[in-house]
Design a protein around this ligand. Structure first.
Ligand code: ADP
Ligand code: TRP
Length: 338
């Protein structure tokens, strides 16, 4: 790992869904920790990226607040990290236009989100020009906008999920093309994937995912959370029977929320017999509640005072605009604009 003290950590989050505990443990918490250790950090809400999916003004507004409140409640330090809305940085969009001119169309053809949309059309029996059915230019040029997000404030280390690695690599390609033509202006970023966390299972034992409907939201009413946890699918072994904790969703989740001693107790209870699934679910519920109690309060307070969220995001945007404007100025100068 490179020296974090010298990195400018930057990442974006689409305001499309409320986070679940898999997102929290697998992405949000590690990104916050990374930002805290880095010399400098930028985190933004990618609202123009969300426009490709969300076509309802109220929904986009609501999700933006919800994502902002989630990250702040889960520990993002908005004093240290520039936390902002992508849409508040107009320089990003001018940079997108410049980058478009140096991006080969073929590169966009290879982007996995576009390819997946094409494959879906193929599966539906579409052919020829119809293969682009339902695909808008926002989806097609998504990697260029993402490159501008990263290059504008000169992010050097970009924490992302595995599915986003290709986009960071494309950012390097696009920045490389620009630099090749116009001089060494843009900073090439590296991606960063948190390897150690592993994937959290969902209620049915598969990977926890919104798309499988097996997730536990981070922020929800306690009673509802308890009900969800009680729904975790198990086999029908009796409490006194020994069980393998490593094949057990309750234990897998518990590991992320319990102390070392608590983990060891549940583990040995399962292995020796004596730990029933009902009791284990109650312990899991209590550990999750303990971890999320304080964040939940902060979350609810923030959502009750959206002006406060606006003020924080505006402050972050001021800082991000400063760096983005400097990058844009260098780019304009390099290409021959005033
Ligand atoms: P979902 O599958 O619910 O749509 P996303 O694909 O939006 O989740 O994931 C957002 C981030 O959260 C990614 O960085 C991903 O690696 C992380 N993540 C998602 N699901 C899990 C999980 N079950 N366990 C750990 N991390 C996860
Ligand atoms: N594309 C990312 C996602 O779907 C979100 C995103 C937009 C992003 N711009 C970014 C992530 C810049 C990192 C850097 O999750």
């Amino acid at each position: 790992m490179t020296d974090l003290g010298k990195q400018r950590v930057l990442t974006g989050v689409k305001p499309t869904e409320a986070p679940h505990i898999g997102n929290y443990i697998g992405a949000i918490r590690p990104a916050i920790e990374l930002a805290a250790q880095a010399e400098d950090s930028y985190l933004f809400i990618a609202d123009y990226h969300a426009l490709n999916i969300i076509r309802n003004a109220e929904e986009l507004k609501e999700y933006t607040y919800l994502i902002a409140a989630s990250w702040l409640a889960l520990g993002l330090d908005a004093e240290k990290t520039a936390f902002y809305r992508q849409s508040d940085i107009p320089e990003i969009f001018e940079i997108t236009t410049i980058l478009s001119a140096v991006t080969p169309k073929g590169l966009m053809n290879r982007a996995h989100a576009y390819k997946a949309a094409i494959d879906k059309n193929k599966e539906a029996g579409r052919k020829g020009a119809d293969l682009d059915y339902g695909i808008n230019m926002g989806l097609y040029t998504y990697p260029i906008l993402m490159a501008a997000d990263i290059l504008a404030p000169r992010g050097t280390l970009v924490p992302v999920g595995r599915d986003q690695i290709q986009h960071v690599e494309m950012t390097r390609d696009i920045a490389g093309s620009f630099n090749h033509l116009f001089g060494d202006i843009l900073t090439l970023p590296d991606f960063y994937v948190q390897e150690s966390t592993g994937l959290l299972p969902g209620l049915d034992g598969q990977k926890m995912s919104k798309s499988y409907g097996n997730h536990i939201p981070v922020f929800m009413d306690s009673k509802k959370r308890r009900k969800l946890i009680m729904k975790i699918v198990t086999d029908s072994k009796l409490p006194e029977e020994p069980k393998n904790p490593d094949e057990n969703t309750i234990y897998q989740l518990y590991c992320h929320f319990a102390t070392e001693t608590e983990r060891a107790e549940m583990r040995s209870g399962f292995e020796k017999g004596g730990m029933g699934y009902g009791d284990a679910k109650q312990l899991l519920f209590e550990a999750v509640e303990r971890d999320l109690e304080e964040p939940s309060k902060i979350y609810n307070d923030l959502l009750a005072d959206k002006k406060r969220i606006d003020t924080l995001l505006e402050k972050g945007a001021e800082k991000a605009r400063e760096t983005a404007a400097a990058t844009l100025k260098d780019m304009r100068h390099a290409i021959g604009l005033r």
